[in-house]
Ligand binder design. Sequence first.
Ligand code: THU
Length: 154
Amino acid sequence: MQIKFSEYNTPAELSDIERKLIRKSQEIISSSYSPYSNFRVGAAVLLENGKIITGTNQENAAFPSGLCAERVALFYANSQYPTTAVKAIAISASGKNRDFTSQPISPCGSCRQVILEAQNRFKQNIKILLYGKEKIIVLENSQDLLPFAFTEIS
Ligand code: THU
């Protein structure tokens, strides 16, 4: 199995919609509720109908009760538009200095599982855009983030 991804230096190298999706993931980041980690994450989900749904990480004093930005955005998108395929998700993050991370951040294992389920559910590849100031990584197929994934109970 080969994992396919592309690397870019700036958003200028991407398409208009890819740039827009990254920008949306950055704009929403100020609504992150992350007083415990001080690590803010923004996610923007592009739907088949052209709508963009955004989300941020939401933390809790009982740590495991919080949720990552990716799942906040995806679960909300799938709740509002349960029959609409997800086409892409962009993710940006900023640390204590409030500046975007130099390197892209990559979804945690649980978020990968959820992104892949959305891809399988609507039978349409989900493109993943991971933003960093010095590098942007793009994966055309979310399967590449979770090889040998668990997919069904038989
Ligand atoms: N986090 C995300 O929201 N997405 C990721 O891809 C990685 C981590 C959040 C969880 C927690 O609120 C904070 O970042 C630090 O781990």
